[in-house]
Design a protein around this ligand. Structure first.
Ligand SMILES: [Zn+2]
Ligand SMILES: [Zn+2]
Length: 327
């Protein structure tokens, strides 16, 4: 198999030939046909997340076909199209797993971070954490749903059912969430990097009610806001933009420090929460709804061996929507 491997933190990924991996009991081998590039991959490469496995093959928005089924795997067959998400394994016995919050598992394994992911032609997954995808939709179009879509969905649910929703950072996740929110008859207020008129136009094209600079206040106060961008400075701005009792959801795995702010911004029962990872139930719920919503993902394709370019373009905001690697 071939893979783009991170051999050292803060370095380029290296094109590497590796022996074909063999699935153990309870695992499947997946021939990767598309893998989305997520901001979390940048955090892994940049060494911003604790205790990564190094060397590591990043990538956790994987669409592939099963080509080997390990012992003891039920309900999946060779040739079936599956999606492999960020949550790669959970312990099943900690209080969080037992309490229906496996996203907070004490001993989780994450695809493309603590186990090898999908920037490769082949990968091994725990069969219990693979989602059957059926045959509707193209491989490339589906890939961003596996993280941007899933985390976006979880964030939207946690944001509550307010009608006026702010989205800070209009990248892969927000462009999917905006479509879901519109389908739910909500109004979307899109906040981008100041002066990024191209992304503001992109948001308006997806049905946003308003789009503007993230350092500006929206024309009316919001019921909830989700922050997908990694800038802690956005937290007080978002708190200021939501109404009394409104909720601000931080959806990223990493954020720069949040500056101190007057208590007045939190007062009147405003809430500030974070969203971590996903549960398998999130995946089942969202992937079931996605075709009904008719989500159309905006994707830019890169050959697998151009993963470094895709990461650089993501870092610099050089495309709208999501980048997808194709082996
Ligand atoms: Zn657990
Ligand atoms: Zn991700």
């Amino acid at each position: 198999m071939h893979a783009m491997v991170l051999k050292k933190l803060k370095a380029d990924l290296e094109w590497t030939d590796l022996a074909d991996p063999q699935p153990g009991a309870g695992e499947i081998r997946v021939k990767v046909v598309a893998c989305g590039v997520c901001r979390t991959d940048l955090h892994v490469v940049d060494g911003e997340l604790p205790d990564p496995k190094v060397p590591i093959i990043p990538g956790h928005e994987i669409v592939g076909r099963i080509d080997v089924v390990g012992a003891g795997v039920d309900g999946l067959r060779v040739g079936e199209r599956v999606g492999i998400p960020w949550l790669g394994h959970t312990c099943g016995v900690c209080p969080y797993c037992l309490g229906g919050k496996e996203n907070l598992c004490d001993r989780p394994v994450f695809t493309g971070y603590t186990r090898d992911g999908g920037f490769a032609t082949s990968m091994i997954a725990d069969a219990r954490f693979a989602f059957p995808l059926g045959e509707v939709g193209s491989d490339v179009a589906l890939a961003p749903l596996l993280c941007a879509g899933l985390i976006g969905w979880r964030s939207l649910v946690i944001a509550g059912d307010g009608k006026k929703l702010g989205l800070y950072g209009f990248g892969a996740a927000a462009h999917i969430v905006a479509q879901v929110a519109k389908w739910q008859a909500r109004s979307v207020f899109a906040f981008t990097r100041p002066g990024d008129v191209a992304t503001q136009a992109f948001a308006m094209g997806l049905g946003a009610t308003w789009a503007g600079d993230s350092d500006k206040m929206p024309p009316e106060s919001l019921d909830a806001a989700i922050i997908f961008a990694t800038l802690g400075d956005l937290v007080p701005l978002a708190l200021k933009a939501v109404r009394k009792g409104g909720r601000v959801v931080c959806a990223g795995i990493h954020m720069s420090d949040i500056p101190s702010f007057p208590y007045q911004l939190l007062w009147e029962e405003r809430q500030l929460v974070s969203v971590a990872n996903l549960t398998r139930q999130d995946g089942i719920d969202f992937l079931h709804l996605a075709p009904e919503i008719g989500i159309v993902t905006e994707t830019t394709r890169y050959p697998l061996n151009q993963a470094n370019q895709a990461l650089a373009d993501l870092r610099d905001g050089r495309f709208e929507g999501a980048a997808v690697l194709v082996p």
